[in-house]
Design a protein around this ligand. Sequence first.
Ligand code: ZN
Length: 315
Amino acid sequence: MKQTLSVGALSALPGKKAQGLVPVPGTGFEIPVTIINGADDGPVVGIVSGLHGSEYTCIETTIRLGDELTPEKVKGAVVIVHPANVTGFFKRLEYVVPEDGKNLNRVFPGDPKGTMSEKLAYFLTEEVIRKSTAFIDLHGGDIHEDLQNYALYAANGSDEVTRISKGAAECTGLRLICASAQQGHSMYEAAANGAPGVLIEMGGKGLWNDEEVEQFCAKIRNVLKYFGALPGEAQKYACVFVENKTSFAAKHTGCWYPCIKPAQIVKKGQKIGEVRDLFGNLLSEYFAEKDGDVIFVLSALSVKEGAGIALTADI
Ligand SMILES: [Zn+2]
């Protein structure tokens, strides 16, 4: 774009790329940011990975895209945070920011006077989300989640924002697409601010591999074309849209034994798994409440009462 673009202390002049660790005010820590500022005006696309620090496929995807994208290729600008939850990444934690134990993707728009997660969310809201005209949030199954790759689109904005968000989700090439309007999510904040958004989930179980990262990069390039930040025609793919999801929580602390897999279609009444104690005695059984398309299944053996054991898309 024809003006300098900044994220906190990091600035990129028109036609330039800037990379660096950016201090988050009041937290004492820094997050890695890449700004690719094209020479001409166009969309400003914010891309954030690793709000959950152990979703490795998306984090490696953004590291590669930050390296690959140049101002010569980009129209407008692309801003990449990779990853947002740096301390959670290095501690290999599920879901939370270690300093306060909060789920960063539940506390947007954040609070400059709040806890570590809230300060970080506030910084991302002010410096990335509010400066973006389109937003991509990257996730995957967490360290304990066996997940079906799928996408969500922002459904809380204006009709026009929702239409564009849905179109972006169709460009991911993923079969299952769910609506999302959950307050506290980064994408909710973006859509409320007028920026269409898509959230893509790929990989899981604390694993990553080259093949899946390359597939993820290709999906993001296609979505960037759709938003007009990269040249060329974006391709749209056939997919299944779902409005609602059903989550299942453990009724006991113990060992979890699933009998379903991601992307499996389950029928109402079908058993999805059971929890047993440390001596193998049955504590509780779980059954599908309606027909569903399995999004994620807890892959860990251990489970605590109240923790998520499965998530299905209502079909
Ligand atoms: Zn996540």
